[in-house]
Structure formats: C-alpha cells, structure tokens
Ligand binder design. Structure first.
Ligand code: MSP
Length: 514
C-alpha cells in the first residue's frame, strides 16, 4: 500500500541580506512537522527556497553594484547553506529565477487571463518596497513628512503607473465561504479572525504587474510589464511540483499542500491572494495556512535597523543546532510572539538537555557498558512500576500525535521531555547499582525498561533534536526503519546479542561564570 502523503512549505526568503533568526525559525518549525510526519509513516515533501524578483531585490543589487541575477546567485547560496546548518530535511530548494518556475508563473498568468480575472488599467496608491505590498490610505500613517505602513512600519511611496489588475473583489464571497467551511484553513484561530474581518470589509482589485522596473517575470504578450512579485512568489509552491504538468507524479501525490508555514506578517498574501489566484486558475486550495508569531529580541521584532539581531549561525556554532531547535520550540509558543535571549538558551540547554535527557542517557549507558558486558539486558519479568513507566508514554501517544497535527508544538515537547524527567526519577528510585549483586534478574528488568523508554523518547524527540536522537538510536543499534511511531509499541526493536556502539556526550553543560 502506498503511504499517505504530506506536503509542507516554508516561505521562500528574500535573498536581500544574510539569513536571520526569523528565517531560521520558519524553517525549523516546518522541519519539525516534516520530520514528525515522516516518523508517523507519511511520504513527506518539504519545500523551501528563495524569492528573488521585485524592486526590493533589484535595489539591493544596485546598492551592491551587482547584476541582480548574480547578486541572487550569491545570496541564495547562503540560504541553501543554511538548510544544511539548520539540519533541514527539505526535499527541494526552489529559486524563483529558475526556468521551471518561469514556466509555472506564465501558465498561472495565462489561466487568470483566460478566466477573465485580469484587466489592464492604472494603479495609483501607496507601495512599500520593503514589504512588496500595496496599502490603502487608512493603512498609512505620516511621520516627519514621510508615510509608513501602520502594520509593518516600513516606508511607503506613492506609485502611479499602468498596471494589470486581478479581480480580487470578485472572489470575496467565495473566500468567506471557504474560510467558513474549512475552519482549520487559517490557523491559529486569532489570525483567521483578522483575515475574515479584513475580507468582510471588502476587497479591492489587486495590481498584479509593474512597469517602473524590470527585475521580474515579464507578462506574457506585454513585455513592458513584469508580474507582481507576490503572484510570482506564491506560485513557487506549485512550480516545485512541476506545475503546469498536473498529471506528473509529484503534483498528483502532493498537491494540494497539507500546510504552508508562514510568519504572521505575510498572512494576507497567503490567506487571501493565494487562494483567490488558485480558485481563478482552477487549482485546488492548500489545506492549511499556519501563521507563526515573531521571534523577539529585547521584546522587539529582530530587524537590521533596530540592530537587535541574534545571528542563528553564530548561535549554532557556539551552542549546536539541536540546542537551538529545542530552545526555540520550548521558549516560543507557536503562533504567538516570543522573546529569546542567550541567558535563557543556556538555562534551557542545561536544564532540559544536559541535566535531563543527556544525563539520563549518559548514566544508563555508562552503567550498561560497565555492568552488562556492553549489551542491552533482556528480561521478561517486569514489575508494575516498570510497566507504568513505559505504558504511560504509550498511552499518551494519540494525544501527542494530535498535538503535532494541530501544531501544538509546545505541548508536544513539554509532554515528551517530562517522560525524560520521569525516567531519571525511576533510575534514581530503583537504583540498579544496588541490585547488581543482590538481584541481577531485577536489575535486568529495570535496565531493559529504562532503555526501552530512552529509545521511545528518542524517537519522539527525533523531529526536534534529530542529531541527538540519531546518536542514541545508533548507539542502541535500532534499525533505521524502526525509528518510527509504530515501533514504539513494538518490543522487538533491540538486538540483545549485539554489543552497543560508541557513545559520546550528547549535550555539554554550559558553565557560567556569573
Ligand atoms: N519572500 C517573502 C515570502 C514569500 S512566500 C511565497 C518574505 N520573505 S522574508 O525573507 O522577508 O521573510 C520570510 C519569513 O521570515 C516570513 O514568514 C517572516 O514572517 C519570517 N520572519 C522574518 N522576521 C521574523 C522574526 N523576527 N520572527 C519570526 N519570523 C519572522 O516575506
């Protein structure tokens, strides 16, 4: 039987500067869901990439005295490198300057034109280059003779030019019906309400081409215009599945997307424009759009201009990628904004990873190496207390799966790490070192229980801290195909004849001078 499929995407990033923590966060969150669906037994397609057209990039390239394509080649490569640094399991990396994407955008444009959803007129209004977004008069504030977007704070310019328009207004009711019929189309709930209220106020037609610059995909049949960068960018999600060839295996298997992971600042584009474009082009809509909150540093959104950027690469070099992944999920409640700091990161590494899960593995494995000929002890006689430990985790599995499928990442993590606290307590209480001579049978049962529990916790932590999890499962010789949720209940994942592998400390404790 074919596995069920799961398609998850990150936003494609503007390669206008170095990747920062906000980019890392979107990608890590998506990676955790991708890896979880994989251990749940799904075939997963995980897409990320770079969004390379538009005035913002053209200006940035000019500032750097570079041809825009060359500029993008260089910066896109740093985003591609980041996928390695973050240990992402992405299936593909798309760039909007690739031929496959051009083909797909041209097709979508032609479909919109054919369906009568596009007309030529003139745009006059406010535009933010930084957001690549149009704003209405009531979305603007004035400060020192300049105008800014109320929502993003970025400066806006007055634009007047010939433009093609997309009949967004025509889709207003269809969109509202879709939100209504599909309650989990936009999540979290609070964001959905924002979108619904915005759409209910009335949608204006959307300018979808520009004539005042050239860095973009030309409008078919009118080369004076380039296609609006958001119409271009959103289409990436289907370009990567070989659209317009909708009968190819990838498209058939993975479209509609299971979930688009995005930041809350780009919700309007994903929850209003994208579904409207798709409906007009007669393409099924994605199942879910999840808008996460912002990562704050000093209680403010990280930004170049505020100078409060925490560089993910520096942090990873100093502390490790599993550590950063774990901390971000633990500290920031997905969907809300969350403040991060190095102090809290260090405390989290020490408390949850070094002293808790890392220490558990270290103590148990060292003991087994020394006292059990370096093999996993087997047993058939378990006491109530042993069974309670492992069964408690098994009993919780449906709730854990549900948490992940509803993007309740924090609940999942807190629950799983609490099993590790319990396992440490079990080891302390049952003192296998005292049983060694007194009752070796009983010692074997205790060790078998705790190793089974460590194995299960490691499988569950795999989406979040894949390196540590794989180290533990490698050490225990658990076959790769058995590192899945369904094998948590299976008693036969261990080879009791085989010696255990080398084991290195999982998480170094951070020593603080203060
Ligand atoms: N290119 C568009 C997305 C096109 S998707 C078809 C874009 N790029 S971006 O590089 O500016 O931002 C990408 C993502 O990073 C957004 O989801 C944004 O919310 C996220 N973040 C940027 N700064 C952030 C924080 N400080 N915290 C969390 N995420 C934020 O928008």
């Amino acid at each position: 039987m074919q596995n069920k499929s799961f398609y998850i995407t990150t936003p494609i990033y503007y390669p206008s500067g170095k990747p920062h923590m906000g980019h890392a966060y979107s990608s890590i969150v998506a990676d955790i869901f991708a890896r979880f669906k994989n251990i749940e037994g799904f075939d997963v397609f995980y897409l990320t990439g770079t969004d390379e057209h538009g005035l913002k990039i053209q200006r940035e390239a000019e500032k750097n005295k570079k041809d825009p394509k060359k500029f993008c080649d260089e910066l896109s490569a740093t985003f591609r490198d980041l996928t390695k640094t973050l240990n992402l399991s992405n299936s593909d990396f798309i760039r909007t300057t690739e031929d496959r994407h051009y083909k797909s955008v041209k097709e979508i444009w032609q479909r919109l034109q054919k369906s009568g959803d596009i007309y030529l007129s003139k745009y006059s209004g406010w535009y933010s280059i930084s957001d690549e977004a149009y704003y209405d008069e009531d979305e603007i504030i004035s400060k020192n003779n300049k105008k800014y977007s109320k929502s993003s704070g970025s400066e806006v310019d007055w634009v007047e030019e010939e433009s093609y328009f997309f009949k967004l207004s025509k889709w207003q009711n269809k969109l509202l019906q879709h939100y209504d019929k599909n309650p989990s189309f936009i999540l979290p709930e609070s964001r959905k309400n924002e979108v619904v209220n915005f759409v209910k106020k009335g949608l204006k037609d959307l300018s979808v081409s520009r004539t005042s610059f050239t860095w973009g995909i030309p409008v078919p049949q009118n080369k004076k215009h380039v296609i609006y960068v958001w119409l271009d960018a959103l289409t990436n999600y289907i370009s990567a599945l070989n659209f317009p060839d909708t009968s190819n295996e990838l498209f058939k298997k993975f479209w509609p997307a299971s979930i688009h992971i995005i930041g809350k600042d780009i919700l309007r584009f994903h929850a209003i424009y994208w579904p409207a474009f798709l409906m007009a082009a007669n393409i099924p809509l994605p199942k879910k759009i999840y808008g996460h909150g912002w990562i704050l540093s000093d209680e403010k959104k990280m930004s170049k201009s505020l100078g409060n950027i925490l560089d993910p690469i520096e942090i990873i070099n100093k502390y490790g990628i599993d550590q950063l992944r774990y901390y971000l999920i633990k500290e920031v409640s997905l969907g809300n904004d969350g403040n991060i700091s190095l102090k809290n990161l260090e405390d989290c590494i020490n408390n949850d990873l070094a002293n808790n899960f890392g220490n558990l593995c270290q103590r148990v494995f060292t003991f087994v190496k020394k006292n059990c000929s370096n093999k996993i002890p087997n047993s058939k006689n378990f006491d109530k207390v042993d069974l309670a430990l492992t069964e408690n985790l098994i009993k919780t599995l449906p709730a854990l799966i549900e948490n992940m499928n509803n993007q309740k990442l924090n609940n999942y993590l807190n629950e799983v790490i609490s099993f590790s606290f319990d396992a440490n307590k079990y080891f302390n209480d049952l003192k296998p070192w005292e049983l060694k001579n007194k009752d070796p049978e009983r010692m074997n049962a205790v060790l078998n229980t705790i190793i089974t529990q460590i194995k299960n916790i490691s499988i569950l932590l795999n989406p979040i801290i894949p390196i540590a999890s794989e180290n533990v499962l490698d050490f225990l010789n658990v076959p790769v195909e058995k590192r899945k949720i369904t094998f948590i209940k299976d008693k036969n994942v261990f080879d009791y004849q085989k010696e255990l592998n080398e084991f290195n400390i999982l998480f170094k404790k951070i020593e603080n001078d203060n």
